[in-house]
Design a protein around this ligand. Structure first.
Ligand SMILES: CC(C)(COP(=O)(O)OP(=O)(O)OC[C@H]1O[C@@H](n2cnc3c(N)ncnc32)[C@H](O)[C@@H]1OP(=O)(O)O)[C@@H](O)C(=O)NCCC(=O)NCCS
Length: 186
């Protein structure tokens, strides 16, 4: 994986690097993933449902299982050994509204708040696209909460368009995700 320079970083701050996660990253990723989910969506949702989702989706055992699973590829963005963001691709049944050929899901995409608006999200997306392409896929699709305008704007700027909707279960609450997709062939 290339070592990427952060735009506008000060001369003495270390660069961002992006690499594939391994099972040894499970504990750090579980903490980071739960924290960034909570920070992103906690205040807008019922704390009981958020807590249920966090228990189900994140924890060292869950992240270790995903990091070991050949159907998941997790990319970790780090600065000075500390996580700054992560993206996860998943081979998963494609919803009918995704009509592009040979599609893979961009299942998770999170950048830590201090790095928002600084170019890391674009660098991580470029790496996710290039990784998916390298795996032989031609279409990237994702689901994003309908009440996540920043995420939707970022994905639109990254070349994704709306193709449909699907339900998302937050604990016991059924929410609505937009489904977006883009071609990734060169
Ligand atoms: C989504 C995420 C990866 C985007 O990274 P980022 O560094 O914040 O993205 P950028 O700042 O480059 O781009 C965000 C865009 O949203 C726009 N935006 C910000 N807040 C907005 C709002 N409330 N409504 C609409 N657009 C908004 C910005 O203006 C920018 O668009 P522009 O570049 O055309 O001006 C990052 O915000 C993140 O990790 N958020 C929390 C987790 C998350 O939502 N992940 C997606 C889950 S599906």
């Amino acid at each position: 994986m290339p070592v990427l320079a952060m735009p506008q970083r000060s001369a003495d701050s270390p660069p961002i690097s992006i690499r594939r996660g391994t099972p040894a990253d499970a504990a750090a990723l579980a903490e980071f993933a739960a924290r960034t989910f909570q920070e992103s969506f906690g205040v807008m949702n019922d704390p009981v449902e958020v807590a249920a989702y966090l228990r189900h989706a994140y924890g060292p055992a869950q992240q270790e299982a995903e990091l070991r699973d050949p159907d998941h590829v997790t990319l970790l963005a780090e600065r000075d050994g500390e996580l700054a963001g992560y993206a996860q691709l998943r081979r998963f049944p494609t919803p009918p509204c995704v009509t592009g050929p040979h599609a893979v899901e961009l299942r998770r995409f999170y950048v830590d708040a201090p790095f928002h608006g600084r170019g890391l999200a674009q660098q991580l997306m470029a790496e996710a696209v290039s990784t998916a392409r390298g795996m032989g896929f031609a279409t990237l699709w994702l689901a994003v909460w309908e009440h996540n305008p920043r995420g939707i704007a970022f994905y639109r700027n990254s070349g994704f368009t709306d193709v449909g909707w699907q339900p998302f279960l937050l604990g016991a609450e059924v929410q609505t995700d937009r489904v977006m997709a883009r071609a990734i062939q060169e």
